[in-house]
Design a protein around this ligand. Structure first.
Ligand SMILES: Nc1ncnc2c1ncn2[C@@H]1O[C@H](COP(=O)(O)OP(=O)(O)OP(=O)(O)O)[C@@H](O)[C@H]1O
Length: 890
């Protein structure tokens, strides 16, 4: 579109006088007259052009000339538009080719966002460029929510139509993917306002410097107040992350080994995902270049055809081209911008946005571009936002596998990892026995990057041909936690099969990074023998490690970091013992629980023993919680939760709870029976005194335990026996009274209930076989109904008696019945003792024992000196006598 000029006649056309001689000449045959107009006004046609743009002064022309000029202008205009288009196409191509990848990503991103805005659909942000203003995050989240709502309604509609397949596509819809790429919490607690300043974080976390911890993980560590890496973390992280070595790590219990392997595993996955994103961007960028070239080719083709058509007119007006072209350029620009405003074509819209913003970009040193309410940031620093640029899970196999010996430990490790994955969108799943297989199959459909599994359940799912586990040998990282336990012969057949499977392909094996950890990895004890030798020869540490490395299939030369102490246990652990008979064990356990309240974990060697203890200590109202392998998994986890929640709780557990469990503030670990292996002693004791806290481990040593106790002392290089727990013997009779009654109730009730259960089972079986029974045929005689109710009554009486005993006070030597208010305050003896702590009383006792020993030694020395003196005196007396006798003789 162009402007044209009109002449507004103000005055009159006046005839111009002509010389008649001139008219007689042949050249002016057809001339009749000449008129002139001196009073006129030139007016622009605003309907066809931009009035403000023309800078050139128009000369007055007559109507015909003006019409011709307008035609020429229009043709030139068309030509200029085509030229402009061509130029822009070329410019776009040269920009794409010239500018680096980042710039290209930005261009793509802006274009995508503009498209999204226009079309009202939120597409997946492949570059993962995110938004860094609170309100903007909310804006995006709102968009996502709206999208989800739309999807939801769509889904429902589609469901009605029975189009099942579409649901899967919807689950992978761009908006969902984008939502996944932004951690859930961005809209709630992870808004930028809640996220600390990067500089502050770095300052606070300076001790983690040079350990190659991803910034998102660092943020989460800071949230957990883990401002200092533990020793094992400090030493292993650089080798694992920077040097990509396999790690064999041994460090005392509670020293942070989980993060020592967890952080490198996470780092590797984040890095891999970033690489995937970069690859995608590269592909997108290449596609974009191809697309642009295609558009230009098409335009050129069309242009060629149009050029042919307009050839004639162009050629015809060629004399005035230069002058008019300048004018057309101006007008073309104006008309083009007018067009673009109205144009629905996104490409042209994008081009305008790009050109404008590109200019702005060059001026703006921050490199930020405003796109409506969304700021697109090039090279966005997501760490400061607490948002990680992670693509939603698209991997067709897990990227990391962490194997744990027990279900509880697997669940715990998962939770531990989730805490540090807070600012990423990586997914962790547990595959453990005792939980619904179908549920775990469903979880696998979400393609979690990290699997924490027990070997049995993993192998089961793998054998069932779960599609996500088919390529389990493609994992990038493998962790075998509690490795010494995992490879124990006869314990984990499935682990061996798994190892064989994932080590089959040499290439994959070589690519994989392995982590092998335990607190007792390098522990050599009496039971560690070289299996090949006929004569049983004790294994060396190196031999033990070599056999482990071979079995697991580690790569060449793993980095071995052994920080375990020769004494096996943690420095902050106080170890003690109570020597007693087998029958006294219950009493001393009860004594300890009464004397030293606090979170206490009691280990026993058998499930039957745990059942009996649970029954007795329930009667004694200490609310024990059982934990052993025969229990339902849900109950196991529930009991662990209860134990963790109550600071005065009591957990009676088998060795299923010995390894790895990280229950905060367990104050006491009691070995009701001395563990059968040194490793178990170290791990059991390691449930207390974790993460530099103090704790106490007490062994109840009966005659049957002495052999194992000696073995432990010997293997852990102890030069002397463990100290004894000081026992207030005056308290024992009252405790004994309570305990005896509880035992009586338990035994009588237990026997009666056992007989009753057997009878019930027999009756049920007979009923099923249609056999009629009378009381004589029953397995056990539990008496008639009257005798049974008598039994019940008796039990009730005993329980009442016990109850009143439990509510009476305990007497101890610190209690003086004569002067109960001596201190000015009435203190019951039980109260005076409760609250005293086991560690200090052991330490105190140890000190007083040492003092006593020193005193005895001193007294011995004095005595021997006195004896010597007496001897000397006697000798001198004897000598004197001799001398006297001699003198007399002389
Ligand atoms: N850098 C750190 N700063 C403070 N606490 C930490 C740090 N790393 C780990 N922890 C905490 O220390 C405790 C013990 O960690 P973890 O369970 O990893 O120990 P572990 O060495 O695996 O013990 P075990 O040998 O018993 O399995 C956990 O509560 C954990 O959260």
């Amino acid at each position: 579109m162009a402007t044209s000029m009109h002449v507004k006649t103000k005055g009159k056309w006046k005839p111009v006088k002509i010389d008649y001689n001139l008219l007689s000449q042949n050249d002016f045959d057809s001339l009749i007259s000449i008129e002139e107009l001196t009073d006129y006004e030139l007016i622009k046609d605003y309907t066809s052009g931009n009035p403000g743009k023309s800078k050139k002064k128009q000369k007055p022309k007559d109507e015909d000339c003006k019409e011709k000029e307008t035609d020429v202008k229009k043709q030139n205009e068309a030509k200029a538009i085509k030229k402009e288009k061509k130029k822009k196409g070329k410019r776009e191509l040269s920009l794409t080719n010239e500018k680096n990848l980042k710039r290209d990503q930005k261009e793509l991103h802006i274009k995508q966002d503009t498209k999204k805005k226009k079309k009202g659909e939120l597409k997946k942000n492949k570059q993962g460029k995110l938004i860094h203003i609170d309100s903007q995050i909310v804006d995006v989240n709102q968009q996502i929510e709206e999208e989800d709502k739309k999807e939801h309604s769509n889904k429902q509609g589609k469901k009605k139509k029975g189009q099942k397949r579409k649901q899967t596509t919807e689950n992978n819809s761009p908006s969902k993917k984008l939502k996944q790429s932004i951690p859930d919490t961005t809209s709630t607690d992870k808004t930028a306002s809640a996220i600390p300043n990067k500089k502050d974080v770095m300052k606070e976390m300076v001790l983690w410097k040079d350990l190659y911890v991803p910034e998102d993980v660092l943020l989460a560590l800071r949230d957990n107040k883990f401002t200092t890496p533990t020793h094992i973390q400090l030493l292993t992280l650089p080798h694992a992350i920077r040097d990509r070595l396999d790690i064999v790590g041994a460090a005392e219990t509670g020293s942070g080994k989980t993060l020592a392997f967890g952080i490198p595993v996470i780092h590797k996955i984040l890095k891999y995902k970033q690489e995937q994103i970069n690859k995608d961007i590269q592909t997108d960028s290449d596609e974009k270049v191809n697309e642009t070239e295609e558009i230009i080719m098409n335009e050129n083709l069309e242009e060629g055809i149009e050029e042919d058509k307009s050839y004639e007119s162009e050629d015809f007006h060629s004399d005035s081209e230069d002058e008019l072209e300048w004018e057309s350029d101006e007008e073309n620009e104006a008309s083009h911008s007018d067009e673009s405003l109205a144009d629905e074509n996104e490409d042209s819209d994008f081009e305008d946005s790009f050109t404008e913003e590109d200019k702005e970009m060059q001026e703006n040193s921050d490199g930020q571009q405003e796109m409506g309410c969304v700021t697109v940031v090039d090279d966005a620093d997501f760490s400061s936002l607490g948002i990680t640029e992670i693509k939603p899970s698209t991997n067709d196999h897990p990227l990391a596998l962490i194997l744990e010996p027990t279900r509880e430990l697997a669940v715990q490790v998962k939770n531990h990892l989730l805490a540090v994955l807070k600012y990423t969108d990586l997914q962790v799943a547990t595959l453990v026995g005792g939980m619904s297989l179908q549920k775990q199959q469903r979880v696998l459909k979400r393609r979690p990057e990290i699997l924490v599994a027990t070997p049995g359940r993993l192998w089961e799912l793998f054998r069932m041909g779960d599609p996500y586990l088919v390529n389990i040998d493609c994992i990038h990282s493998l962790v075998i936690d509690e490795a010494d336990r995992m490879v124990e012969k006869g314990h984990f057949e499935e682990l061996e099969k798994l190892c064989q499977h994932i080590n089959k392909d040499e290439q994959k094996r070589k690519k994989r990074q392995n982590f092998v950890y335990s607190a007792t990895l390098t522990m050599i004890h009496v039971g560690s023998y070289r299996p090949t030798k006929k004569k049983r020869v004790k294994m060396t540490e190196t031999e033990k490690l070599e056999s482990l490395i071979e079995r697991i299939g580690l790569r060449h030369k793993p980095k071995v970091i052994d920080l375990s102490r020769k004494t096996g246990t943690v420095e902050t652990l106080t170890e003690a013992r109570i020597n007693c008979t087998k029958e006294e064990k219950d009493l001393f356990l009860y004594y300890f629980l009464q004397q030293f309240p606090g979170r206490t974990l009691v280990f026993a060697n058998s499930k039957d023993c745990i059942r009996r203890l649970v029954s007795i200590f329930t009667l004694l109202q200490t609310s024990p919680l059982p934990l052993h392998a025969d229990m339902h998994q849900k109950q196991r986890l529930k009991n662990l939760e209860k134990f963790t929640a109550n600071p005065n709780s009591l957990l009676l557990a088998s060795d299923v709870a010995a390894r790895g469990l990280d229950i905060p503030n367990v104050q006491h670990v009691i070995h009701y029976q001395v563990p059968l292996t040194v490793e178990n002693y170290v791990h059991r004791s390691g449930r207390t005194a974790r993460a530099s806290k103090e704790g106490i481990s007490v062994m109840l040593i009966g005659p049957d335990d002495v052999k194992n106790y000696r073995k432990i002392i010997h293997t852990l290089n102890r030069s002397e026996d463990l100290p004894m727990i000081p026992v207030d013997h005056q308290m024992l009779p009252s405790l004994k009274q309570r305990l005896s009654l509880a035992l009586k109730i338990d035994v009588t009730d237990y026997r009666f209930e056992k007989k009753k259960r057997q009878n019930n089972w027999f009756i049920k079986a007979a009923n099923e076989m249609d056999i009629e029974l009378d009381d004589r045929h029953l397995l056990n005689d539990i008496g008639n109904s009257q005798q049974q109710s008598q039994h019940k009554h008796h039990m009730k009486q005993l329980k009442q008696e016990l109850n009143s005993l439990l509510h009476s006070t305990l007497t101890s030597k610190t209690f003086s019945g004569k002067y109960p208010t001596k201190t000015g305050k009435l203190l019951l003896p039980e109260e005076t003792k409760k609250g005293s702590d086991a560690i200090s009383s052991v330490k105190k006792d140890k000190k007083s024992q040492e003092k006593l020993i020193q005193q005895i030694q001193k007294e011995r020395i004095l005595m021997s000196k006195a004896m010597d003196n007496k001897k000397k005196e006697k000798q001198s007396k004897r000598q004197k006598k001799k001398n006297k006798r001699k003198n007399k003789e002389v």
